[in-house]
Design a protein around this ligand. Structure first.
Ligand code: PLP
Length: 284
């Protein structure tokens, strides 16, 4: 495997970042994960738009033009012979003597790109059975709309899920509303057939997959509501599912050990997942 690190393609095992990189010391950086299908980047424009937004929110100067970054993404995918998988990019505020405040303005941002294949068959098998989630109190900072590499609460939540035999953890805010999963957006389908997901305010990351699913569900004529929902509503829902570039639409069959609906992947989630292959935007 090959990784791109600050201007060079290097063997994965030798790909490294300086000990005083601000990403390493302060989690002072942002990232994106973009799906690769058939060797093409899926929804690249939207991912790069969100990367720009995250960088702008943290006042990190982009390390290269969008065109150059696209070339690097494609080249990293090519060098790793990824047909179906993920490409990961991370930009940090660069290497500087440790000091919480920003380094001098001419400090170049650090950039890393990696790519890896995903096990398509395993993903499909998982989608056929559905996944379990647990709920945990929301304990992240109030700006999770910025896709920063500061993911410790997400790491701990995912581990708690794993130890409970589940795949994902849903954060629940002080008002009792589900915000999102540790690495996915959260959805329910009410008994009346309405698809519900939380509005993309500062309380969640505006998932690219979420946006595409909203567009497609609308086009398919489903009733849709972007509003907060409670855990109780989720327990009473006909269906639940999660979305992310890495898992697409993944049916949820149990929440905190309690079956959702009949405890099997529901028709809405299944249909949206099937449709996904058609509506992913092969951009740029
Ligand atoms: N929410 C969180 C916290 C995430 O980390 C992710 C993806 O990694 C998502 C939602 C889903 O976003 P996307 O659909 O852009 O992958």
């Amino acid at each position: 495997r090959i990784a791109y690190v600050n201007g060079r393609y290097v063997p994965h095992g030798e790909a490294s970042i300086h000990v005083e990189d601000r990403g390493y010391q302060f989690a002072d950086g942002v990232y994106e994960v973009c799906e690769v299908r058939g060797g093409a980047l899926i929804d690249a424009r939207r991912h790069l738009d969100r990367l720009d937004r995250s960088l702008g929110a943290l006042r990190i100067a982009p390390p290269m033009s969008r065109a150059a970054l696209l070339l690097v993404l494609r080249e990293t995918v090519r060098r790793n012979t990824v047909r179906n998988g993920m490409v990961y990019m991370q930009v940090t505020r660069g290497v500087a003597r440790r000091d919480h405040a920003f380094p001098p303005a001419d400090t170049p941002a650090s950039i890393v790109v990696t790519a890896r294949r995903s096990d398509f068959a395993a993903q499909e098998a998982l989608a056929a059975t559905g996944v379990k989630v647990i709920s945990l109190p929301e304990n992240r900072w109030p700006r999770v709309d910025i896709k920063t590499v500061g993911l410790l609460p997400n790491v701990l939540a995912k581990q708690a899920a794993k130890e409970a035999g589940a795949r994902e953890a849903w954060f629940v805010d002080a008002a009792g509303h589900v915000t999102e999963g540790a690495s996915t957006n959260a959805w329910i389908v009410t008994a009346g057939g309405t698809i519900v997901t939380r509005p993309a305010d500062a309380g969640i990351l505006r998932g690219i997959t979420r946006t595409v699913v909203l567009e497609e569900a609308r086009a398919l004529g489903y009733a849709l509501e972007e509003r907060p929902f409670t855990l109780a509503e989720a327990h009473a829902a006909a269906e639940a599912f999660i979305t992310a570039a890495s898992t697409l639409v993944m049916p949820v069959i149990a929440i905190d050990g309690q079956a959702v609906g009949d405890g099997k992947p529901g028709p809405v989630a299944t249909r949206l997942r099937q449709r996904f292959h058609d509506f992913a935007e092969f951009s740029i």
